[in-house]
Write a protein that binds this ligand. Structure first.
Ligand code: BGC
Ligand code: BGC
Length: 612
């Protein structure tokens, strides 16, 4: 109890210090190398049976546990909650905290009492949990070019994750997407490795801080190693078969030049884990590639942490599961995200070791890497509680966190067109008519990986402000705000704001051959234009879209990406409370042909962004 209090007080002190711990750009030299924990690791390893070692290498999805007691009986090293793997008791802060605590208590009952690492996809906030602050997705953060802000956001995300006890997030994504038809484009900060480098490192710094043993640090995971954003169109293997999980047909020099640069800065910040990509490189699955995982990442770049496979990625290596396991572990995979078939994984890997097909030295190396991280994080400290620090609940989804998210939103907006100074809109306008499918839809505004894996259109049952509500809150008391989904009824208004674009989607289902605005958006645009009023179009999307006539005929156009729960950041820019500063993080094409061939001048080049 004493210890838990000490932890909370330390937490509060850190928070009091200028909101969060100070940015620690020069911390790399001060940081303990993970291998400095090897003496302790060695002593523990010597006490472990083969079964216990393999247990440490195994990460089921909690919702797929055949029996909860497998956590202690199989000495599991980790659990995850995938995008839809919520507590049975619901999605609340309390249910998540109880879920974490109950599994951690089980792990502590195992023979050696090694705590588990619990992992989630906290990609734009602690986004599985109701009431968490949802930040803009990375593509929007790329437009801020603001590393200090990305660090702050990641620090807040870490705090909200820690409030549930969880200590590991599968973030940041340092993909450098080269084809915006890919449904994970928005998870990348930019199509330019130079931008990804700085922001990825800032995210690691924010999540982990300079000292992994801090009870407020969250273990980061740079993903997806490497060239997840470099697959060739048409080679995709996830359901849409365009790009996702496809083949990267590039020579090594090009792969290094475009897709590798995000990793060394993340490693320099001490990132403890890396997730190999679902993709293949010239026909070889990354999870099977000794060249990528062992030679380049571990030997050449000196990565001392551990590799966590992607969700069931090992299964994709070979039809024969046992063979697939041997290939992946021998190529350098350290921990397997095996979700359902974890018992099979354990049985097969044990047989492979007994048969000499996976050397004991490889197992010891994998477990050493995992335990280094656990020692570094203070998980092995018997004087420290490994249960959630519930005193952090008071900060979860707090107003202070929402203010930072609002700042991120307004800095991420990119002004693409502003004819006749239509922006900023006067707060005194007599009447503003708002329309379009994304104006009053928090789910669309947050995008994928929000409460649900693929996100959910409509009222995501988490707190937040829609753009319509934000506009209503911004204008003078005398201004009338009217609304229609399809843009009709705008006649007589001083001005129209139409919010269009994409709905939510995530990996596997987000690839798209056509990025034109859909028929509903076009119809709503025509309806609003018919009223003969100036129209400002706000585009909510996970990537640049083909705007066609809308770009020509609208008076103002703003790219808002997936801003998340804090819609006030959008109205700040619309009404001049914040003058736009965002710059495109991706090239914005004119046509789908140009997306494919990348030839000719872009509609807007990366870096573009108007000011008013
Ligand atoms: C995704 C990863 C994610 C993992 C766990 C995979 O399908 O590719 O980005 O971290 O699932 O949810
Ligand atoms: C999980 C995701 C995971 C995906 C990949 C889903 O069921 O919720 O987290 O990324 O499966 O297969």
């Amino acid at each position: 109890m004493k210890n838990m209090c000490a932890v909370s007080v330390a937490g509060l002190m850190l928070v009091a210090m200028g909101l969060f711990w100070a940015s620690d750009v020069g911390a790399a030299e001060k940081r303990m190398k993970l291998s400095s924990f090897d003496p302790q690791v060695k002593a523990l390893l010597a006490k472990m049976t083969l079964e216990e070692k393999i247990g440490q290498m195994t990460q089921p999805d909690q919702e797929s546990l055949a029996d909860a007691s497998d956590v202690e009986n199989l000495s599991l090293g980790s659990l995850l909650s995938g995008g839809n793997s919520d507590p049975k008791a619901g999605n609340s802060l309390e249910a998540w905290t109880n879920l974490y605590d109950s599994y951690q208590k089980r792990a502590m009952k195992s023979r050696l009492g090694i705590p588990i690492l619990y992992g989630v996809d906290g990609l734009h906030g602690h986004n599985n949990v109701l009431g968490a602050v949802i930040f803009p997705h990375n593509i929007g953060l790329g437009c801020t070019r603001n590393a200090a802000l990305v660090e702050k956001i990641s620090r807040i995300t870490a705090l909200e994750i820690r409030a549930t006890g969880i200590q590991w997030t599968f973030a940041p994504c340092v993909a450098v997407p080269q084809d915006i038809r890919w449904g994970r484009t928005y998870e990348g900060f930019s199509d330019d490795p130079e931008i990804v480098k700085g922001l990825g490192a800032a995210a690691v710094r924010g999540l982990q801080g300079s000292d992994l043993s801090s009870p407020l640090a969250v273990l980061a995971c740079a993903k997806h190693f490497v060239a997840d954003g470099g697959t060739t169109y048409g080679t995709g293997t996830s359901p849409k078969k365009l790009l996702d999980q496809g083949d990267v047909k590039l020579d090594e020099a090009t792969l290094r030049r475009i897709h590798l640069p995000g990793y060394p800065p993340a490693l320099a910040e001490g990132v403890g884990t890396v997730m190999p990509s679902y993709t293949s490189w010239n026909g070889v699955k990354t999870s099977a590639s000794k060249r990528l995982m062992t030679e380049i990442l571990k030997n050449e770049l000196g990565f001392e942490g551990f590799l966590i496979s992607d969700y069931n990625a090992i299964d994709q290596i070979d039809k024969n599961y046992k063979k697939a396991i041997a290939i992946s572990i021998n190529a350098g995979m350290d921990m397997a995200m095996v979700t359902k078939q974890y018992r099979d994984f354990i049985k097969n890997l044990k047989e492979l070791v007994d048969e000499g097909q996976v050397p004991m030295s490889r197992i010891d190396d994998a477990v050493t890497r995992i335990l280094r991280v656990k020692f570094a994080m203070g998980l092995m400290d018997k004087n420290r509680s490994q249960l959630a620090d519930r005193s952090l609940w008071s900060q979860f989804g707090s107003e202070a966190h929402r203010q930072v998210a609002r700042q991120a939103v307004r800095e991420s907006l990119v002004l693409l067109k502003n004819e006749k100074k239509v922006l900023p809109i006067s707060k005194q306008a007599a009447r503003i008519h708002v329309g379009g499918k994304n104006a009053s839809n928090l789910g669309n505004q947050c995008g994928g990986w929000t409460i649900e894996w693929q996100g959910k259109s409509g009222e995501v049952t988490t707190g937040g402000t829609t753009i319509l509500k934000a506009i209503e809150a911004s204008v003078s008391p005398k201004t009338k705000v009217t609304y229609s989904l399809d843009g009709t009824g705008a006649e007589g208004a001083s001005l129209g704001v139409l919010v269009v674009g994409e709905g939510p989607y995530a990996e596997m289902f987000g690839d798209a051959a056509d990025l034109a605005l859909d028929a509903k958006d076009m119809e709503a645009f025509r309806n609003m234009k018919k009223a003969g009023i100036p129209v400002v179009v706000v585009v909510i999307s996970g990537r640049p879209m083909i705007l066609g006539d809308v770009l020509e005929q609208a008076d103002g156009v703003v790219a808002a990406w997936y801003p998340g729960t804090e819609g006030r950041g959008v109205s700040d820019v619309l009404f001049g409370d914040y003058k736009p500063t965002g710059k495109l993080s991706f090239n914005w094409p004119k046509t789908m042909e140009q997306v494919a061939d990348k030839k000719g001048e872009y509609q807007f080049a990366r870096g573009f962004g108007l000011r008013y």
